[in-house]
Design a protein around this ligand. Structure first.
Ligand code: SF4
Length: 449
């Protein structure tokens, strides 16, 4: 017996055609279907026009109410469990440290990104507030109730950070400002700092300045794609979506000027057809600009335009995760690394002993994102299992140890002599972090001299 949900979309041991990576030629999104007129622009929810009444749990066999930001926002299932809004437990985690909030409207996001569960093409299939996003449901909650609950916890809040995720909607810029003000009016940003996951397509430089002026701590841009070609194919003209690589970089550079060093960054999804050299060159570029990369493993989100494509093979993902950590936190430059003809990392640019210490510390393989309160290289953004099922973890939402590290080493083809990984052994006697076990604060030290 297992409590793990059966998953269909698992990474193969090797990628397409026996390769251990997802090549560009394979990672082509399917075309969006035509949406019937009555379903467009949130038509079904607006026609029913049901008044919201408190917390709305998605897919609960009731008609979706007409909920709108800034009065309502959605939050991740993990945040809802941590706040006590939903029942549930998180596998091997006590809670999440980041309160991820998502703006919500009956019309939903007007973009059509190929890997995203919120994309516009899903209008005929699910109302916006019922769409799965990054593998889970997102309950809708009155913003006033969230602020009340977090303010009541004061210094004892479990959250190390709050993050407002903007979407592509004409109201998104103004409502982000209102949500941020509502938060900072009651909650000291020194207690729970705020990050903005921006939507550059609707923003101008003045919007970035406004958010900084209102107390936002970190500003991030979800490039998601590692190259302009993949960006256009997955978020631009290739899928009838309004985003452009140029505009995203314009706002990223505005954020660099306005928020300053270490206070801006970019999200990147690994395994959408870029090479490892492509993505790590981008990571180095961000570090050279003074920012950080927040990295995710491609997972074929159900209902998305890429749900038929393979999840990123774990060996590709682990190589990139490790190399990204070395560049972001250990002063190793991409030029010191070596790559083969397919752009795969063949040398991480460090002596094996130093590399072993970094691998064994495990932090490189955790979720990445804006920092929390434990240490700079441990992300507050530890929402569990956003890029993989718990049965085959891509980004660890807890401190990996023991059998977890042996599995990681197996995936990297770097097992230590006499330490072979036994498939499934991490489920036999898992390290339990759910009651304050060895977690972030106990993470082993690892630094390159
Ligand atoms: S803009 Fe963001 S929320 Fe909207 S479809 Fe693209 S990735 Fe999803």
């Amino acid at each position: 017996m297992t409590c793990l949900k059966p998953e269909a979309a698992m990474p193969a041991d090797t990628g397409p055609n026996g390769a251990d990576f997802n090549p560009f030629s394979v990672m082509q999104p399917r075309r969006p279907d035509t949406i019937p007129r009555d379903f467009r622009n949130g038509g079904r929810v607006k026609a029913a026009d049901i008044a919201p009444a408190g917390v709305y749990l998605p897919n609960n066999n009731v008609m979706t109410p007409a909920m709108r930001s800034p009065d309502y926002v959605q939050m991740s299932t993990a945040a809802a469990i941590t706040l006590g809004i939903m029942p549930g437990m998180l596998y091997r985690c006590a809670c999440t440290r980041c309160l991820n909030l998502l703006l919500t409207y009956p019309e939903g996001c007007r973009a059509n990104c190929a890997y995203c569960g919120l994309a516009r093409h899903r209008e005929s299939e699910r109302d916006y507030a019922d769409r799965n996003f990054i593998r889970v449901d997102w309950p809708a909650v009155p913003m006033a109730e969230i602020v009340e609950k977090v303010a009541a916890d004061g210094e004892n809040t479990p959250f190390h950070r709050m993050c407002i995720s903007m979407i592509t909607h004409p109201r998104s810029d103004d409502d982000t400002v209102t949500v941020l003000k509502q938060w900072t009016d009651r909650i000291d940003p020194a207690t729970v700092p705020v990050s903005i996951l921006s939507n550059p397509t609707t923003m101008q430089r003045a919007d970035v300045e406004t958010l900084k002026g209102l107390g936002a701590d970190i500003f991030t841009v979800a490039l998601d794609a590692a190259t302009p070609e993949i960006f256009d194919r997955t978020r631009g003209k290739g899928v009838d979506s309004p985003h452009s690589w140029k505009k995203y970089w314009e706002i990223l550079m505005n954020a660099r000027d306005i928020f300053g060093p270490q206070k801006f960054g970019a999200h990147i999804i690994v395994g959408m057809g870029e090479t490892e050299a492509d993505v790590l060159t981008l990571v180095q570029q961000l570090v050279d600009l003074g920012g950080h990369s927040h990295m995710f493993c491609f997972f074929p989100e159900k209902g998305s335009l890429m749900d038929h494509l393979p999840a990123t093979p774990r060996d590709q993902w682990r190589r990139v995760q490790l190399a990204r950590y070395l560049i972001d936190y250990c002063d190793v430059r991409v030029e010191r690394m070596a790559f083969d003809g397919e752009g795969r990392v063949t040398d991480f640019g460090l002596p094996q002993g130093e590399l072993d210490a970094i691998i064994d510390a495990g932090i490189a393989f955790r979720t990445s994102g804006c920092p929390g309160k434990f240490r700079e290289d441990v992300s507050a953004c530890d929402r569990p299992y956003g890029d993989s099922p718990p049965s085959n973890i891509a980004s660890y939402p807890f401190q990996p140890a023991g059998a977890d590290i042996r599995r990681i080493r197996h995936q990297l083809d770097m097992e230590k002599p006499g330490e072979a990984y036994e498939p499934g052994e991490e489920f036999d006697d898992p390290v339990d972090n759910s009651e304050g076990g060895p977690d972030e604060s106990g993470a082993a030290e690892a630094r390159v001299a």
